[in-house]
Ligand binder design. Sequence first.
Ligand code: FAD
Length: 215
Amino acid sequence: MHRAKGVEFKLGVQVTEPIMAEGRLSGIRLMDGSAVDCDLVIVAIGTQPVCDPLGAAGAETSNGIDVDEHCRSSLPNVYAIGDCAAQISPYAGGKRVRIESVQHATDQAKAVALTLAGTPTTYDAVPWFWSHQFDMKLQTVGLSSGYDTAVTRGDPQTGKFSVAYLRDGRILAFDCINNTKDFMQSKALVKVAAMLPIAAIADASVPLASLVASG
Ligand SMILES: Cc1cc2nc3c(=O)[nH]c(=O)nc-3n(C[C@H](O)[C@H](O)[C@H](O)COP(=O)(O)OP(=O)(O)OC[C@H]3O[C@@H](n4cnc5c(N)ncnc54)[C@H](O)[C@@H]3O)c2cc1C
C-alpha cells in the first residue's frame, strides 16, 4: 500500500551521514555510497523504558518494572504504569508483557488512581492499538503473538477487512483494516477468548456481536 502511494523502501542500507549545504541539511549519505536528497529527516528508532532508577532503588525488574494486577511494584507504595510497567496479562497467555500504547498508559493510570483513592482496582483492559496510514485505518484488539491460525473476514481487495488470530481454537486478537465495526465488536470476543467455528468468524456478513453469546 505504501509503495502504491509512492513510498520508496531501502532495506538493509544504513545511513552513514547527513549531507550539509550552506549550513543546512540537503540530503543523507547511505552506506552503499548513494545519497538521498531531502530537507527533513525523521529518525524513528523506537524507545526503551527507563527502569534504572526504580531498579536501583530495589524494585524487581525484568523487561520493565514488574508490577502486579494493581500496578504495584515490589517496593512498598510504589506503582508503575505505562511503557515501563511489566505486568502479567491474560491476553498474552499469562506472560509478563510491557504494552506501549497511549490507551494502555491512561487506563492503567485510572486504575492506579482508584486504588490509591481507596478502591482497589485490577487493571485487565483488553489491549488495543490504532494507526492511520494514508487513507487506511488500522485498528488492533488483543495481542496476536503466538497465534496458530489466522482467519480473514471480508475481501482484502476491497480495502475493508479484518483478520482474526486464534490459538488452540480461541480468539486472541483482531486486526481491523478500515473496519471500525469489527474493531468495536471484537473486543468482547477477545475479552473472553471466545471459541468459535472458523466458518462463522470468516463470514463477514455475520456481525461479530451476534457471535458473542455463542463464544
Ligand atoms: C514515535 C512514536 C509514535 C507512537 N505512536 C503511538 C500511537 O499512534 N498510538 C499509541 O497508542 N501509542 C503510540 N506510541 C506509544 C506511546 O507514545 C506510549 O506508549 C506512551 O506515551 C507511554 O506513556 P508513558 O506515560 O508510559 O511514557 P512516556 O509518555 O514516555 O512518559 C514518560 C515520561 O517520563 C520521563 N522520565 C523518564 N525518566 C525520568 C526520570 N528519571 N525522572 C523523571 N522523569 C523521567 C520522560 O521524560 C517522559 O516524559 C508512540 C510512541 C512513539 C515513540
